[in-house]
Design a protein around this ligand. Structure first.
Ligand SMILES: [Zn+2]
Length: 73
């Protein structure tokens, strides 16, 4: 079900923002900017601040691949 990091990220994104991305900083709802080299980081198009997909979770300050967390869970 979670073959790679991208699949894990996509799952977390849907779990956290089932109705679409909401900026942590200004509360704006809308499709954010994404970075190919920084998966899991979303930049608000309104206030241009970054929101991390894993912020506020046990995965926030880890370099363990998400796929390992999913395996552990
Ligand atoms: Zn914002």
């Amino acid at each position: 079900m979670f073959p790679d990091e991208a699949a894990c990220m996509a799952y977390l994104e849907r779990a956290r923002w089932s109705d679409g991305f909401i900026c942590d900083h200004c509360g704006l709802l809308g499709e954010p900017y994404r970075f190919a080299n920084r998966p899991g980081v979303f930049r608000c198009r309104h206030c241009t601040r970054d929101t991390s997909l894993t912020a506020g979770t046990v995965m926030e300050r880890t370099h363990t691949p998400l796929s390992v967390w999913f395996w552990a869970a």
